[in-house]
Ligand binder design. Structure first.
Ligand code: ADP
Ligand code: MG
Length: 582
């Protein structure tokens, strides 16, 4: 019962999307009814044709018949075209609207949501599920309206010819309805499972495509293939189950209908019956009954298609109903100076019990550089993602120029902060557009060249035939790691934000790129407040404040020489990491 309930409300919500396209939709329905009416009308002329044309040899009537056939089929074709076109027109509009909403919703969802849902799963919401709603719903609609109108027409025709013979249909109709409702419940269940399985297929394929190189180098080919085989096969099994249920129900219903047909033929053989029927009428009744089988079969599965569409719609709506990133702040920050303070801050990731940060306290004055050092997993990246409020802080506060970041609007807060992470994300566009990505305001050619120069991007871009206008391919595949980083640095330089969050790359670069990046970084660190997750000795040594992290806590703080003099955790960490080089 609850599934019916929820599918009813899902349906109502889906209808809401139809509002703007209801004219096209209405025309489609009229087209379908017209299409069915032509068919019924055609059949209703059979008795005349047989009784008047063939039996009584009415020549005028027989001469008219061929013309009528062509006219009728012309009309039928026009109705069919209008119905298909209009239905598809409104259907594609709805798919487009849903996709756009999903896309924008996913943009607006908090980072924690994306942490918990795989890219493959989310992509399949936008591609497969959205399309499924249209496919299934329009199929259900065509069957319901077109075949429904056809069935009603046929029944009317039968009853008009002989209600005694036709009454048998009133007996089998409830039996069929019973089977339909049972079957559809099962269908909904299987459809739901199938959607989940489809999500697994895409997410597993996506994982393979993203990690292709890693899989090759670690010899994981057979493992991945086997894992995929499992989800792939469970998807197939569900598909078979769905089809088997469908086929079985169709067969059962047809057998039941055949009993009705047999009974009618038996009844018609009684002399009293034969007296009331002309050969034309009898032909019409039998033909109607035969013709009823196909739409009846389709009407049986209409609910399954409808349920499939509703299941897809329910999944799509569940994404649309997710709470977007909370932007409770109302304060619009102008350009801040860049004083940062973390006050009594503790944190655990949403949905995880483990406390990742414990009672963090520190402050940085504008223009200074803080280096976060510590073993991996100690909470450095977490600190850097809390500053731009990628996650909500529940305990303690973060102040920017003395203003609680919670009180600021997300847009204005994030405008203050440039983030350069280890994982440089580049877009499939030119170098210039990648540097200018998200830049608001007037951008002159000189300004762009200036940052490209400062970030040492020109050194390699200058050698390319199209310079900064060179296309770099998807995620910058044509560039080396060092080149990608320099583009990211240029992007941050251009924004001139007062605060910089920098996650230095740990991966070893060759000394040449290392030197170039260092030079670019030095330029970037100038004149702003920097929060650096530091791996390079030079960054650490030059930092105004070093925070040594261990298991979510700041265990030591001070500058390089102070900390070395303490001869504690930092000193041992330093020896371990830079022992040979120092
Ligand atoms: P570091 O940057 O110092 O290596 P992190 O801040 O990345 O450390 O991680 C600190 C802890 O938080 C680790 O135990 C890690 O497993 C956990 N963690 C990191 N990111 C997430 C996340 N998105 N969801 C849940 N736990 C996370
Ligand atoms: Mg990290």
């Amino acid at each position: 019962m609850s599934t019916h309930q929820s599918s009813a409300s899902t349906f109502r919500r889906l209808l809401g999307y139809l509002k703007h396209y209801r004219f096209g939709f209405l025309v489609a329905i009229l087209g379908m009814i017209g299409y069915a009416s032509v068919d019924v009308f055609f059949l209703s002329q059979f008795d005349q044709f047989i009784d008047r044309g063939i039996t009584q040899r009415d020549m005028d009537y027989l001469a008219l018949a061929p013309v009528a056939v062509i006219v009728l089929f012309l009309l039928r074709g026009v109705f069919h075209f209008i119905a298909s076109y209009c239905l598809n027109w409104s259907g594609t509009h709805i798919v487009k609207d849903l996709r756009q909403q999903l896309f924008e919703k996913m943009l607006a969802l908090p980072v924690s949501y994306h942490d918990q849902h795989s890219t493959g799963e989310l992509i399949s919401r936008i591609t497969y599920d959205a399309e499924q709603i249209k496919q299934a719903s329009s199929k259900a609609l065509v069957v319901l309206i077109h075949e429904g109108a056809f069935v009603i027409g046929l029944l009317a025709l039968m009853f008009y010819n002989s209600w005694q013979l036709s009454a048998i249909f009133l007996v089998i109709a409830p039996v069929i309805a019973l089977i339909v409702s049972h079957v559809s419940r099962r269908f909904r269940q299987i459809s739901n499972n199938m959607q989940g399985a489809m999500g697994q297929v895409t997410s597993s394929a996506e994982q393979m495509l993203n990690g292709h190189k890693v899989i090759l180098s670690f010899g994981g080919k057979s493992l991945e293939a086997k894992r995929f085989e499992e989800v792939n096969n469970s998807n197939r099994r569900l598909d078979v189950k769905l089809e088997a249920t469908r086929a079985l129900s169709v067969s059962v219903i047809q057998v039941i209908a055949s009993f009705a047909l047999a009974f009618v033929i038996y009844l018609a053989s009684f002399p009293e019956m034969l007296d009331t029927l002309t050969p034309g009428m009898f032909t019409e009744i039998i033909t109607s009954m035969m013709l009823l089988l196909k739409p009846l079969k389709q009407l049986t599965t209409v609910n399954s298609d409808f349920q499939k569409g509703m299941a897809a719609a329910a999944t799509v709506f569940s994404v649309l109903d997710e709470m977007p990133e909370r932007d409770t702040g109302t304060r619009e920050l102008d350009r801040v100076q860049g004083n940062i303070e973390f006050r009594n801050l503790s944190f655990n990731y949403p949905g995880h019990d483990k406390q990742v940060l414990k009672d963090i306290n520190f402050s940085v004055t504008a223009g200074q550089t803080v280096a976060l050092v510590g073993r991996s997993g100690s909470g450095k990246t977490t600190i850097s993602s809390l500053l731009p409020r990628f996650y909500e802080v529940e305990q303690g506060e973060i102040l920017l120029d003395g203003i609680n970041t919670k009180d600021c609007t997300l847009d204005s807060l994030r405008r203050q902060i440039a983030v350069v992470s280890q994982h440089v994300v580049l877009f499939n566009d030119t170098i210039a557009n990648n540097i200018a990505y998200g830049f608001q305001g007037e951008l002159t050619k000189e300004r762009l060249l200036d940052v490209a120069e400062k970030a040492h991007v020109m050194e390699f871009a200058g050698q390319m035939p199209k310079g900064l206008d060179t296309e770099i391919g998807e995620n910058g595949v044509t560039l080396s790691g060092g080149q990608r980083q320099r583009i990211a640095i240029a992007r941050a330089l251009l924004r001139q934000s007062p605060v910089l969050v920098l996650d230095e790359a740990t991966s070893a670069l060759d000394t040449e790129s290392e030197r170039k990046i260092q030079a670019a970084l030095d330029e970037l660190l100038k004149n702003r407040t920097n929060l650096v997750i530091a791996h390079r000795l030079s960054t650490i040594e030059n930092a105004d404040l070093i925070l040594v992290m261990d298991q979510g806590q700041i265990v030591e703080r001070g500058n390089h020489s102070e900390l070395l003099a303490q001869n504690g955790y930092y000193a041992s960490l330093y020896k371990m990491q830079f022992g040979e080089t120092a």
